[in-house]
Design a protein around this ligand. Structure first.
Ligand code: B12
Ligand code: SF4
Ligand code: SF4
Length: 303
């Protein structure tokens, strides 16, 4: 739908996003051709046992199926911690050190949706929670480029951020994509412990993030051997990225920082936890979703 003053509507949502703690906002044309990248990726079996990805294919490729009349996709970034706060063995990916971002961002996205409703728009909002190609649209919205590690890289902020999306029926001014600045660097591909990265494509069946979070089957011995002491997720292809070095002055929501009791939770304590203790301990954390037995399976068995 055409807005009387699209620039004013975009500016209003930009101000509101900034006030809510989002670090950047960009707008992409919802009908941008996504090509066959995702379909090819699925056909080659890169999604391992994440069958839900096949079910989402049609909607992912056609945002009209997600929100009829959609014109723009607003993409947002929200910073998460830069350092691994664990003091004992067993690393937890930076994005999962604090509270569950799905819940943390949902209310903020609803607030932004209300701002857009004021201009006559209808919206649907997601953060890692819906059939939207978030990295693709973030790159189209000019927020950064897709690096060889498959992640959205920002020239000033690197890749340590969540992506969130708002599909809207409003036609807002679109932003311009930026060039890829990976250059001749291949550090992420070289550092990946399981060789999961190839030509900017991540094979989930090899990725330690998949095995420690999403997999429904036991970790195969070859993967286990490469896992080291990763307890939940993997940040290796981000840790080695030169764009993640310049991080001075980045403000992170305090709720995304690791609580003290997490940073010292030992393998032994984890293995002696009951379901009830686990649910209480991880009540606000995204880690709760995988359940106690999966987390225990990830950790080195207690002596
Ligand atoms: C499934 C999934 C996974 C799977 C598969 C990973 C993968 N690489 O696809 C697993 C469980 C392994 C995973 C792991 C991680 N994930 Co994940 N994941 C997703 C999810 C739900 C869908 C991704 C997907 O569809 N992948 C399939 C590929 C083919 O599609 P795609 O993402 O649209 O992007 C590709 C195309 O754009 C393509 N492309 C490149 N050039 C071109 C050119 C053209 C013309 C076209 C058409 C396409 C194209 O390249 C992109 C990357 O491969 C998204 C949320 C979402 N809804 O998008 C989060 C998401 C991508 N994950 C995220 C994160 C943080 C992670 C981890 C870092 C977590 C961790 N620390 O353990 C790791 C990183 C692993 C890695 N190197 O990719 C963030 C990324 C933030 C960022 N800065 O980019 C997202 C966006 C969630 C969020 N909302 O914040 N993830
Ligand atoms: S998250 Fe870890 S295993 Fe997955 S691609 Fe990156 S470095 Fe490789
Ligand atoms: S490590 Fe190098 S190749 Fe990989 S994403 Fe970062 S800049 Fe690109």
């Amino acid at each position: 739908m055409n807005v009387a003053d699209p620039a004013a509507a975009k500016q209003a949502v930009q101000y509101a996003a900034h006030a809510l703690g989002f670090s950047a906002l960009g707008v992409a044309d919802a009908h941008t051709d996504q090509g066959t990248y995702l379909a090819d990726w699925l056909r080659e079996g890169n999604h391992a046992d994440m069958q839900w990805m096949e079910r989402h294919l049609a909607a992912r490729q056609n945002p009209e199926l997600v929100l009829p009349g959609v014109r723009s996709i607003i993409m947002l970034t929200y910073e998460y911690p830069r350092t691994d706060a664990r003091k004992t063995s067993g690393s937890i990916a930076r994005y999962a050190q604090g509270e569950d971002y799905h819940k943390l961002l949902a209310g903020k996205l609803e607030d932004l949706s209300e701002t857009l409703s004021f201009y006559g728009g209808q919206q649907r909002c997601f953060t890692d929670s819906g059939p939207v190609s978030e990295r693709f649209f973030a790159a189209r919205a000019g927020l950064g480029w897709i690096g060889r590690n498959g992640l959205l890289i920002r020239p000033r902020g690197g890749s340590y951020c969540f992506l969130a999306s708002i599909l809207t029926t409003l036609e807002l001014p679109y932003d311009t994509p930026m060039p890829n600045r990976c250059g001749n660097c291949h550090r992420c591909e070289q550092a990946c412990p399981t060789a999961a990265l190839r030509n900017g494509c991540c094979n989930a069946g090899r990725c330690l993030s998949f095995w420690t979070i999403e997999a429904k089957t036991p970790i195969p011995p070859k993967i286990r051997a490469a896992m080291g002491s990763r307890l939940y997720g993997c940040d290796t292809c981000q840790e080695v990225c030169p764009w993640n070095r310049r991080q001075a002055g980045v403000e992170v929501d305090i709720r995304l920082l690791m609580p003290a009791e997490f940073s010292t939770l030992s393998d032994k304590a984890l293995h002696s936890m009951t379901e009830e203790q686990f649910n209480r301990f991880f009540a606000a954390s995204p880690i709760r979703r995988i359940g106690l037995s999966h987390l225990q399976h990830n950790s080195t068995p207690a002596e």
